[in-house]
Ligand binder design. Structure first.
Ligand SMILES: CC(C)(COP(=O)(O)OP(=O)(O)OC[C@H]1O[C@@H](n2cnc3c(N)ncnc32)[C@H](O)[C@@H]1OP(=O)(O)O)[C@@H](O)C(=O)NCCC(=O)NCCS
Length: 190
């Protein structure tokens, strides 16, 4: 069997399917997560990509603009979820890769998340020195990870993370907006 995944920016009509995917992946406990609290205070994810197998949602990723201490220019990655039937096919890493590329195009300098280092280190994430970035709620310090989109950027971010609802200085809020038909094959699994 061959599965061809397509990646495209999340559309308003995808919301129910994305919610269902999050419920499946994280359950009701997702609303208590520290990262969720930050996202909840946001006007919405500024980068949201979805991966599709035909009409079936296979995965989704969101990135939200945040300030860290007094510094702007960072994004919080999450949630990332891949539907059980599509796990282990590279979709999660591909969604991370494409969303980081979109953040870089938008002039973002740092991506932060709370997650498993063994998984995210594949995409270049590394632990943030303990105490450098704080969440408004419990977050295991060893799970606070970051990747620099600009060399040395991490050094500019210290303090509490919070939603950044100011307008973006650049307009590239979705990948390759000049090519709306970005429904190219993401990858093919034979
Ligand atoms: C974590 C998740 C996004 C991975 O998606 P995926 O599309 O299956 O991942 P990929 O295909 O890109 O990568 C699969 C590889 O990552 C590994 N992996 C998956 N989750 C991992 C984790 N938590 N820690 C370490 N490795 C992990 C797999 O074992 C596999 O390894 P292999 O390549 O050596 O076989 C998916 O399992 C998921 O949605 N989980 C539930 C929600 C969640 O935990 N999201 C992340 C936190 S926001």
């Amino acid at each position: 069997m061959t599965i061809t995944f397509l990646i495209r920016p999340q559309a308003p009509g995808d919301l129910a399917a994305v919610d269902q995917l999050h419920e499946q992946a994280f359950g009701p406990g997702r609303f208590a997560r520290s990262a969720y609290r930050v996202r909840e205070a946001s006007a919405g994810p500024q980068i949201a990509l979805t991966a599709w197998d035909g009409a079936t949602l296979a995965g989704a990723i969101q990135l939200t603009a945040v300030t860290i201490g007094d510094s702007a220019g960072a994004m919080l990655l999450g949630p990332l979820a891949v539907a059980p039937a599509y796990k282990g096919m590279g979709g999660g890493q591909r969604l991370i890769h494409d969303s980081l590329a979109a953040a870089r195009r938008a002039g973002r300098r740092l991506i932060v998340l709370v997650g498993d280092l063994p998984y995210y280190k594949r995409a270049g994430f590394a632990p943030v020195p303990q105490g450098q970035i704080l969440f408004p709620g419990p977050a295991d310090p060893s799970r606070i990870l970051a990747v620099e989109l600009e060399a040395g950027a991490l050094g500019d971010f210290h303090g509490l993370i919070a939603a950044d609802n100011r307008p973006w200085p650049t307009v590239a809020t979705t990948p390759a907006p000049q090519r709306p038909a970005r429904e190219q094959p993401m990858f093919v699994v034979a």
